[in-house]
Design a binder for this molecule. Structure first.
Ligand SMILES: Nc1ncnc2c1ncn2[C@@H]1O[C@H](COP(=O)(O)OP(=O)(O)OP(=O)(O)O)[C@@H](O)[C@H]1O
Ligand SMILES: [Mg+2]
Length: 335
């Protein structure tokens, strides 16, 4: 047994458990690929303060050199999503698109559509598994710099990118990102279809403009009806009621505070200096104790004292709800 025991890479794990990534069947896989790319385009544009403009194109493709079959029978699709957002710096492109669990949103405490750093690389890996084709990317971060073209694949054993092609190219867009994934998929209309997703996404994001080219070549434009970006969500510290003991133990070790009371009031939301003292007292601990020395039984006492202390509910400005005006604007546009 010992000889057979070895590490399993994240990519190997998800290759066998693709349902965890939303790729249980070809119809869902197509929708997931579109959604992951659109989510990223919306997140990136909003974060950069740019009103999102996104193009989604689906094309049926034949296997090998065969011509594309009828759309209802097609089993292979090329998904292309273009945004005019901030673009991606050249060095990051291979890891963003061909390494699972790599991203900018996981370690921060701010609301966004994406979080895990697995969305687009998983969609690309599914494409690679089912068609053998690499992910193709064009990205440009500004008018005064060139656009870069990449073709990448994942080395699933190592969960590391393999760069098959990398060059500067001419690109009509001044800024933004284009990703193309070829994958095994099925295109259907109706419930949970890409068509429905595009319509609902446009309703829910009236500050974005979408152009959707369906596999039959029909182009639908969903115009922008709100000319301002939604209020950006604020980053928030964890609320003491929302953490488990293991998390508290880790935070005690990682904190920059020198005192237990300081740790409680600076690393959490809704804990004032006075409340921090109160918690320390309830736990029977010196407020000036070094957080790193609060372990085992003592940490458990702090944990219990937190639960027993009355605290204000967390602030809600960490959320950016769509708001009445925007949802109405989206609904009037489509329905
Ligand atoms: N179109 C884009 N423009 C700019 N940056 C992007 C774009 N797409 C992806 N990124 C960057 O690549 C990272 C990885 O994307 P990916 O979709 O894999 O993960 P995520 O969006 O962080 O989380 P999730 O797995 O929940 O989607 C993002 O965190 C973001 O920093
Ligand atoms: Mg994402």
């Amino acid at each position: 047994m010992g000889k057979q025991q070895r590490e399993i890479s994240a990519s190997e794990f998800f290759t066998k458990n693709r349902h965890l990534l939303g790729c249980d069947n070809p119809r869902k896989a197509l929708l997931t690929a579109v959604k992951e790319a659109v989510d990223n385009a919306l997140d990136a544009s909003e974060e950069a303060g740019i009103l999102p403009e996104i193009v989604v194109k689906l094309e049926a493709v034949g296997e090998g050199d065969a011509p594309p079959p009828r759309i209802s029978e097609a089993t292979r699709f090329r998904v292309t999503v273009v945004d005019y957002g901030p673009g991606i710096v050249r060095q990051q492109v291979p890891r963003i698109f061909a390494k699972l669990l790599y991203g900018s949103k996981f370690h921060r405490l701010r609301m966004s559509r994406g979080q895990q750093g697995i969305g687009i690389s998983a969609a690309g890996m599914y494409g690679q598994l089912t068609t053998g084709k690499p992910v193709k990317i064009i990205s440009r971060t500004g008018q005064n710099v060139p656009a870069h073209y990449f073709e990448v694949q994942i080395d699933t054993k190592k969960n590391e990118p393999i760069i098959l092609e990398k060059k500067e190219i001419e690109w009509e867009s001044h800024r933004g990102t284009q990703v193309t994934i070829e994958l095994e998929g099925r295109y259907q209309k109706g419930r949970a279809s890409v068509d429905e997703y595009m319509e609902l996404t446009s309703i829910g994001n009236p500050h974005a403009k979408f152009t959707y080219v369906a596999p039959d070549g029909e182009t639908r434009v969903y115009p922008r009806t709100m000319q301002q970006l939604p209020e950006p969500p604020r980053e928030i510290k964890p609320h003491p009621y929302g953490i488990e003991l293991g998390m508290l133990l880790k935070m005690l070790q990682d904190t920059k505070s020198h005192w237990l009371s300081g740790f409680l009031s600076t690393d959490f939301s809704r804990v004032s200096a006075a409340t921090a003292e109160e918690i320390c007292k309830a736990a029977g601990l010196n407020p000036h104790k070094r957080p790193k020395d609060v372990v085992g039984q003592e940490a458990e006492k702090v944990y219990k004292a937190i639960q027993a202390t009355k605290l204000m509910a967390p602030p809600t400005n960490c959320l950016s709800p769509i708001g009445e005006k925007a949802i109405l604007s989206g609904l009037y546009k489509q329905i």
